[in-house]
Design a protein around this ligand. Structure first.
Ligand code: SF4
Length: 251
């Protein structure tokens, strides 16, 4: 495929995503919404952002529709210093309504009580530091926008662009994945087209970036998430749990 064909394809995909986001963020469906209703109007939509490329791209598109859309970041305390610096830079430059979601315990408190859970019980660690804070926060919204893509992992191969998601307490939210069909090439091309600077860790060879103790360089060039949780002892793990309709972690 030529560069101009890629450009045409990605621009068309961007238009589709903008339309999907506008429908939920501004209510511009072509049919006027009932403004007296407390649901289905501006203010009840949130976006989760890990500050990886696809999330930052979606953030850029979303703030063009609502500059104050809540941007939820899972501040586990275990991120790379580069991720925190990049988050702060983008949040400042784009004037984001950034909401840092914190776990109940600090890293020091958790390690004093349980040791290095990311090595021994990573599912429990993710439960405490990601799943619980996120599900608690998302419960306050009607729509949850994510940068998930089918190509990212086999666990995401059947991802739908729009589906109801049931939280542990029973509440349902509309979960959107407007980039579901996008390839890594599409994301990188769109970021370049829109002048979006990327997390510098990509330049060091990382293809999927989460908490520092659980992120290594990919071991399989065909699997971008093959560097995630590679150091967990005796545990095969490819998802942190926030995209699985799971029960909250046990204390
Ligand atoms: Fe803990 Fe690793 Fe999960 Fe981060 S990714 S919450 S460090 S287990």
């Amino acid at each position: 495929m030529s560069t101009s064909e890629i450009a045409t394809e990605v621009r068309a995909k961007l238009d589709t995503v903008r339309t999907a986001l506008a429908k939920e963020i501004t209510g511009k469906t072509g049919v006027p919404r009932d403004r007296s209703s407390s649901v289905g109007w501006k203010g009840d939509v949130c976006l989760t952002c890990s500050f990886q490329a696809e999330d930052v791209l979606l953030t850029k598109l979303a703030i063009a529709l609502d500059p104050k859309i809540p941007v939820l970041f899972l501040d586990t305390g275990y991120h790379f210093a580069e991720t925190y610096a990049y988050r702060d830079r983008i949040a400042s430059q784009w004037n984001l309504n950034l909401i840092n979601l914190l776990p109940d315990k600090t890293v020091a408190e958790q390690e004093a009580e349980f040791g290095l859970l990311y090595k021994t019980e990573p599912n429990r660690c993710c439960g405490f530091r990601k799943v619980e804070p996120l599900f608690k926060a998302v419960a306050g919204y009607r729509v949850w926008i994510t940068g998930l893509r089918r190509e990212q992992a086999k666990t995401r191969a059947a991802l739908e662009e729009s589906a109801m998601f049931t939280l542990p307490a029973g509440k349902q939210v509309l979960k959107l994945a407007p980039l579901a069909s996008w390839t890594t090439r599409d994301v990188w091309y769109a970021c370049e087209e829109l002048g979006i600077p990327l997390l510098p860790l990509y330049e060091r060879g990382y293809s999927s970036i989460g908490c520092e103790p659980c992120t290594s360089l990919p071991t399989d060039p065909n699997d971008p998430r093959s560097g995630r949780w590679a150091g967990a002892e005796g545990v095969v793990k490819i998802e942190c749990g926030i995209h699985i309709q799971a029960a909250p972690a046990s204390h």
